[in-house]
Design a protein around this ligand. Structure first.
Ligand code: 9WN
Length: 442
């Protein structure tokens, strides 16, 4: 029988999970598999923390922002002193190769989806609702300019077409590492003979190897790092030379959404009006790029392979990106929402909970246990739920919330879940799962 903790015990266990992952200097993404700070994980983690202690939440976000590169990039990993994760700081060599990277703490050399302004919005609102206006205002004042610079970096260095469609140079930057979205572009990434040998450390930390990416996938992940090392992580040179360059529709939608959110936060904290106007302009352009990626034949939005100069049509959760940021004509949007909740996706009769999995259960590539190739990720459901509430779709938002709470009621706080059986998969006590559950329970 699957355990069901009930709301009070579930909230207590979520809080306990976060404190268990607190190593003093940061809250790690997970106890063993991920003993460091990940950029988008930390954004979500700080939201959950805010319910427990707003000052602690502010500190967590500030720790991440403290590792921001001098050029504005927020790195995808901020390394702790902990070992046990590969590739670690030595393999990345970011600080050795690029003077924009901080020496301490050490970081990786790529980035992750820009969800941080959404976290800031949430923390500020939670703080205000608790009467802690001073903490909220202080955090806004320190974090806002840094987040502005982060968004500016993305526009400057990751919009190679100048259309607002943001590009990624590694599947890890999407946060959806081995999603079928990247199969075609990764097929063109050919690891060279000079790929230095390495030993994976993630094996054995999950129940079955198939829950993690394959060795062939890892070779490509590592090869892309070699390519970046060759150009010393110079942002424009990386975009010119990386054998993986893809316009990521999900990242672009999050950027559009987060830029609007940041603009509003800017108004609330009296930031320079020209910067606020600029953010709204970036949001408009990226929203239009997301809408332009919409394919009326499938009803989903596509990624764009910039090396292969082709659209990438896959049946993954990222195809619903326009629902996050808006921009589609009303009819197309309505029918996309109906697809998301309908029998191809969240309403598929075989599913354990009515939450969209990472790949449609009807797709030939659906693999219910394989990481980003099928499982349900609570954190992704949270993002849609939050965006839906902003867009006035409260019923759909509430529904995602209650279904996700049902999925997470076992208290494992798994990294991802089997969409049909609800079995926990990947890491346990994953911080971002605990934190979104905490947010839902408040
Ligand atoms: C590589 C930490 C991260 C998440 C990603 C998820 C996974 C790392 C890995 O774990 O990626 O960055 O080693 O598999 O795909 O979204 O941020 O939780």
């Amino acid at each position: 029988m699957r355990p069901n903790l009930g709301a009070v015990r579930l909230a207590a266990s979520a809080a306990w999970t976060l404190s268990g992952n607190d190593i003093g200097t940061m809250i790690t993404a997970a106890p063993r598999l991920y003993p460091h700070m990940w950029s988008w994980d930390t954004a979500f983690i700080s939201i959950g923390l805010a319910h427990l202690n707003v000052a602690r939440a502010a500190r967590e976000l500030e720790t991440l922002l403290g590792a921001q590169w001098r050029n504005g990039m927020i790195p995808h990993i901020v390394f702790s002193e902990g070992t046990g994760y590969f590739p670690g700081p030595e393999r990345w060599g970011a600080a050795e190769l690029n003077t924009d990277a901080p020496n301490a703490p050490r970081t990786s050399g790529i980035c992750q989806p820009p969800v941080h302004a959404i976290a800031l919005r949430r923390i500020v609102d939670i703080a205000r609702s608790q009467g802690q206006r001073d903490v909220a205002f202080k955090l806004l004042k320190t974090a806002w300019p840094k987040l502005y610079r982060w968004h500016e970096w993305l526009v400057r260095h990751r919009d190679p077409l100048g259309t607002g469609m943001l590009a990624i140079v590694h599947g890890w930057e999407s946060g959806m590492d081995n999603s079928p979205r990247w199969d075609l572009p990764y097929a063109e990434v050919v690891p060279g003979p000079d790929l230095p040998p390495y030993v994976r450390l993630d094996r054995g930390l999950v129940a079955a190897d198939a829950e993690r990416p394959s060795d062939a996938e890892y070779d490509r992940y590592l090869w892309l790092i070699e390519e970046m090392r060759k150009v010393r992580y110079d942002a424009d040179a990386v975009v010119r030379t990386s054998s993986f360059l893809v316009g990521d529709v999900f990242v672009t939608a999050l950027f559009a959404l987060a830029s609007e959110v940041l603009a509003t936060l800017g108004e609330e904290s009296e930031q320079p009006p020209w910067r606020i106007r600029q953010l709204r302009g970036w949001a408009r352009r990226s929203r239009a790029a997301v809408a332009a990626a919409y394919d009326p034949r499938t009803g989903l939005a596509r990624d764009r392979d910039l090396r292969g100069d082709r659209w990438l049509s896959t049946s993954t959760i990222a195809g619903f990106a326009p629902l996050l940021c808006g921009g589609l004509p009303v009819d197309a949007e309505k029918s996309m929402l109906a697809t998301l909740t309908g029998p191809e996706w969240a309403g598929h009769p075989a599913l354990f909970a009515r939450i969209p999995p990472s790949v449609s259960p009807n797709d030939v590539g659906f693999r219910p246990k394989e990481y980003w190739r099928g499982p349900m990720w609570p954190v992704i459901a949270w993002l849609f739920g939050w965006a839906f509430a902003q867009r006035g779709w409260q019923e759909e938002s509430d529904h995602l919330r209650s279904e996700c709470l049902r999925l997470a009621a076992d208290g494992s706080f798994a990294e991802y879940y089997h969409p049909v059986t609800g079995e926990p998969l990947g890491s346990r006590q994953q911080s971002w799962t605990a934190t979104v559950v905490l947010d839902w329970l408040h």
